[in-house]
Design a protein around this ligand. Structure first.
Ligand code: GLN
Length: 473
């Protein structure tokens, strides 16, 4: 089987039909990674030895007649802010350059129990802050479709690895668009789950009220499989929910789909969005319409405040979450000479964090400071409620909402690094789903389906149906 054709489903079929063993595929993948990843730098670290052991264990279980589960032996790439016991977890920061995780994140524990194989850890913007992976302390990741272009971010490594067939699928994290936008730039699929659907235990926190781990895959069916495996309640994450997802995620009944109404929010088809992108998304609408699905124009009037609201709430939470990194715990910084403890903290944090991380810590500290709290943070929380209410209102009339993912096409390196605001604007269409805690699926050719809370099935089923019709037509 050619690596380019490999999806989770095909990998599973290949194992069942004994076309290959898990170990053979993992070996083949590492050979390919060693040759190809020099060109795009999607991985920060590889753990061959552990992966071979996992693959052998999967093959052994099959030989013993234990049956082949949907994720048995499946080789995955994992964003470097998700902990895998005994592997590095740098979050692409100098601050954690020598840190080795001491335990598995809950998503990893679940996937391990399913027999999945972890190939390595992928590159990202430092602590998941950015939209191009240019904020990594360990070099840029290139877009596999054109090395002059960024892969998007912050899960740029995870998206590029899947697009370049250096993993069958991957995990990333999405706080304001970080799996959907890179998936869009690299032309693969990503699902940001409902807030609380997936445990955040063992994810290096960025903004805890927004963060969700989600799959990046080659097709919608694989996203459903991976999402189902990682979702579920976890006593180690008090915000994780009891909702259990079942077969409805991949069981699309066409008659039911045809009864759905999809909303098109006019604010997302604004002049600020690249014309070609709008054209492509409108074509998707036409194609779905011709299959019998109904559309309706809607309004989400507070969309224009989403970016400002996000860039207050997110840094506030970032400044609190990153307070624990002092350059002493986790991964001691070496060679820093200090007069006293306060001076050591200052010097370590100055040395260990990159520019964008520092900018956000300062912004966050400012918006939380007494005297400014009400004017910024408290106000942003109120606006967040209004943004949520917009969606609640819209979902009285429509089942699902369809929008573009990104206002721009993949851009060139350094194009936006001098102007942080222009970089922040690339998140304009993805942050509202995080602020409202809604699930959202991003897929080629550049559209996003936003669903109601806990209704991943709706967006996955429509996405799957669209993909199926495209591939067969
Ligand atoms: N690009 C956004 C930011 O820089 C989103 C990051 C994310 O989702 N982790 O904050």
């Amino acid at each position: 089987m050619h690596l380019h054709d490999l999806t989770i489903k095909k990998f599973n079929q290949g194992l069942v039909n004994k076309e290959f063993t898990a170990l053979e595929m993992v070996q083949q993948l590492y050979k390919f990674i060693e040759k190809e990843d020099k060109k795009i730098n999607s991985y920060l670290s590889l753990d061959k030895e552990a992966a071979y052991l996992q693959a052998e264990a999967a093959d052994l279980a099959i030989a013993k007649g234990k049956g082949v589960g949907p994720l048995t032996g499946v080789p995955l790439a994992i964003k470097d802010n998700i902990l895998i016991a005994d592997q590095p977890a740098t979050a692409a920061s100098k601050m954690l350059e020598n840190y080795t995780a001491t335990y598995d994140a809950t998503v990893i524990r679940k996937l391990r129990n399913e027999g999945a194989v972890f190939l390595g850890k992928t590159n990202m913007d430092e602590f998941a802050m950015g939209s191009s992976t240019e904020n990594s302390a360990f070099g840029n990741t290139k877009n596999p479709h054109d090395p002059k272009l960024v892969p998007g971010g912050s899960s740029g490594g995870s998206a590029a690895a899947v697009a370049a067939h250096l993993a069958v699928a991957s995990l990333g994290s999405d706080t304001g668009g970080s799996i959907r936008q890179p998936a869009d730039f690299c032309q693969v699929v990503a699902l940001k789950p409902t807030y609380g659907a997936v445990s955040r235990y063992g994810l290096i926190a960025m903004a805890s009220s927004l963060d969700q781990i989600g799959p990046i895959t080659k097709n919608v069916e694989d996203a459903a499989t991976l999402f189902q495996a990682i979702s579920g309640h976890d006593e180690k994450d008090a915000t994780s929910s009891e909702v259990i997802y079942g077969d409805e995620l991949s069981n699309h009944k066409i008659e039911k789909l045809k009864k759905m109404v999809i909303g098109l929010p006019k604010e997302y088809f604004d002049k600020g969005v690249d014309k070609e992108i709008i054209k492509k998304v409108k074509k998707v609408v036409k194609d779905l319409e011709s299959l019998g699905i109904k559309f309706k124009e809607i309004s989400l009037p507070h969309t224009k405040y989403a970016i400002s609201c996000y860039y207050i709430i997110m840094p506030a939470e970032v400044s609190a979450n990153l307070a624990r990194f002092d350059g002493i715990r986790y991964s001691p910084l070496e060679g820093v000479k200090a007069k006293n403890l306060a001076d050591l903290y200052l010097k370590n944090r100055s040395k260990g964090f990159g520019k964008e991380v520092k900018r956000r810590i300062m912004l966050g500290t400012f918006v939380l400071s007494s005297g400014y709290y009400d004017a910024y943070y408290a106000k942003a929380q109120k606006v967040r409620s209004l943004i949520k209410q917009d969606f609640d209102q819209a979902f009285k009339d429509v089942d699902v909402i369809l929008t573009p993912v990104s206002p721009t096409k993949p851009f060139k390196f350094k194009e936006k690094t001098k102007d942080p605001l222009s970089m922040y604007m690339t998140d304009v269409l993805t942050v509202p789903a995080n602020l409202a805690g809604l699930p959202a699926l991003s897929m080629p050719p550049g559209f996003q389906l936003i669903g109601q809370h806990w209704r991943e099935a709706d967006i996955l089923n429509i996405g799957h149906y669209y993909e199926h019709v495209q591939n067969s037509g």
